[in-house]
Design a protein around this ligand. Structure first.
Ligand code: COA
Length: 262
């Protein structure tokens, strides 16, 4: 199924939503229309009860070449006519929409700028051996903002600063070495690997999985006592779901549970 502007596909299969950037002639660079389509796809995933896991990937040679440098509407944060400063916004998955369902990035090629920022919000990064990664912003005279907030906590200060402050591109092997990619696979098997991982993820109870991810995301920003208190409250809420009852019954009956996501 394709969204109205047709620049991003959303396909659902066995609880796995595959979101594919489809602007290959511009290496999936993000202009205003592309931004709207990307947001629509992630918004749909967030609200789709049948979608438990997402895989995001790109068509053609690139995963995403970042902001569209030829477009006036390429600013991923939005349009700011007549204003020097960007309005502070949280208007996309890359800039902070909360999505606690697991997201896998299947990086098929160039992953630059805002494409790389997306990765810092993904839970899993599988890289094709053809993938390469960079924050080229400083080489075109602009700063990296959300990437600078996110990258150090993912891969450590030194590796993050090397990427952020040189703007240089690294290959898939180096990305795996510094922890930016979880694994590197032959290009032809990229989507099979991503789907296999998604299949493993859909075997777990989706609501318990989301509560666990939410704990991992929110917990560190809280004090330990508040975090544990919040977590124990989440445990109570999760324990009252149909899936929690099914998990207990299935364990008692020594059979595989059938999750419904409610
Ligand atoms: N914005 C708009 N168009 C882009 C783009 C971007 N960020 N990145 C690539 N394109 C376009 C190219 O202009 C070219 O269009 P054309 O065929 O009409 O000339 C097409 O995509 C293919 O790119 P090309 O540069 O010919 O491919 P390449 O393999 O030689 O180089 C890159 C690939 C990614 C190294 C190079 O395109 C590049 O450096 N792009 C800019 C990356 C960038 O700085 N992103 C912004 C981060 S803020």
């Amino acid at each position: 199924m394709t969204d109205p502007a047709g620049l991003v596909d959303y396909a659902l299969d066995d609880h796995v939503a595959t979101i594919t950037y489809r602007r290959p002639d511009r290496l999936n660079a993000i202009d205003g229309a592309m931004r709207r389509d990307i947001n629509a796809a992630f918004d749909r995933f967030r609200g789709d009860d049948d979608a438990w896991v997402a895989i995001v990937t790109g068509s053609g040679r690139a995963f995403c070449a970042g902001a569209d440098l030829r477009s006036e509407t390429g600013n991923p944060a939005g349009d700011f006519p007549g204003s020097f400063w960007e309005r502070p916004t949280v208007n996309s998955f890359e800039s902070g929409w909360e999505i606690f369902k697991p997201v896998i990035a299947a990086v098929n090629g160039y992953c630059l700028g805002y494409g790389l920022t997306l990765l810092t919000w993904c839970d899993f990064v599988i890289a094709s051996e053809r993938a390469s990664f960079a924050f080229p912003e400083v080489t075109v005279g602009i700063p990296t903002i959300v990437g600078a907030l996110r990258l150090p906590q993912r891969i450590g200060w030194h590796h993050a600063m090397e990427l952020l402050l040189t703007g240089e591109r690294i290959d898939a092997a180096r990305a795996a070495e510094i922890g930016l990619a979880g694994r590197v696979v032959p290009h032809e098997s990229l989507m099979d690997e991503a789907r296999a991982l998604a299949g493993r993820l859909t075997k777990a109870a989706p609501l318990a999985q989301r509560a666990t991810k939410e704990m991992a995301v929110r917990g560190p920003a809280m004090g330990p006592v508040d975090a544990i208190r919040f977590g124990e409250t989440m445990r109570r809420v999760a324990a009252a779901t149909e899936d929690a009852a099914e998990g207990a019954t299935a364990a008692r009956e020594r059979r595989a549970p059938v999750w419904r996501g409610r």
